[in-house]
Design a protein around this ligand. Structure first.
Ligand SMILES: [Cu+2]
Length: 147
């Protein structure tokens, strides 16, 4: 009986993410390195279980995932303008993130979860408009180089 209990405890410990991080990303009019209308980080490296928190440091932005540009087993998200939004990572792979009002000027970011870039084609096929699409293409290429 004691052994059974021990193994139950061990399997619960294995199932829970050991070190889930909260990664904070600011939504900015201008970044420290001079980018305009941008997320503070554009290539966001994370693990399954982490939470990405988008913070409305400057006004007029939101963060949302793009239909089709998200891994299987992962739900999308859509933050409201000027509001903080959290995105919990439940599956490995790439998730494209854009700021709706600034898609045309390239306000975009790419989450790489678990070093997995296997849905890169789907992300590129999602046809993200404007300069955000160009930015996502660059970020997918960077993620593939890193993995
Ligand atoms: Cu924006």
């Amino acid at each position: 009986m004691k052994r059974l209990l021990m193994s139950a405890v061990a399997s619960i410990a294995l199932a829970a993410p050991a070190f889930a991080d909260v990664i904070e990303i600011e939504m900015l009019n201008r970044t420290d390195d001079g980018r305009v209308m941008a997320f503070s980080q554009e290539l966001i490296v994370a693990e399954v279980g982490d939470i990405i928190r988008f913070i409305p440091t400057d006004r007029g932005h939101n963060a949302q995932s793009v239909d089709g540009a998200i891994p299987e087993g992962q739900e999308g998200f859509k933050g409201r303008i000027n509001q903080e939004v959290e995105f919990e990572i439940t599956a490995p792979g790439l998730t494209a993130v854009v700021c709706q009002p600034h898609v045309s000027v390239g306000m975009a970011a790419l989450i790489v979860a678990g070093g997995d870039t296997s849905n890169a084609e789907a992300v590129l096929d999602a046809r993200i408009r404007g300069k955000a699409g160009d930015k996502i293409e660059e970020l997918v290429a960077q993620a593939q180089e890193n993995s």
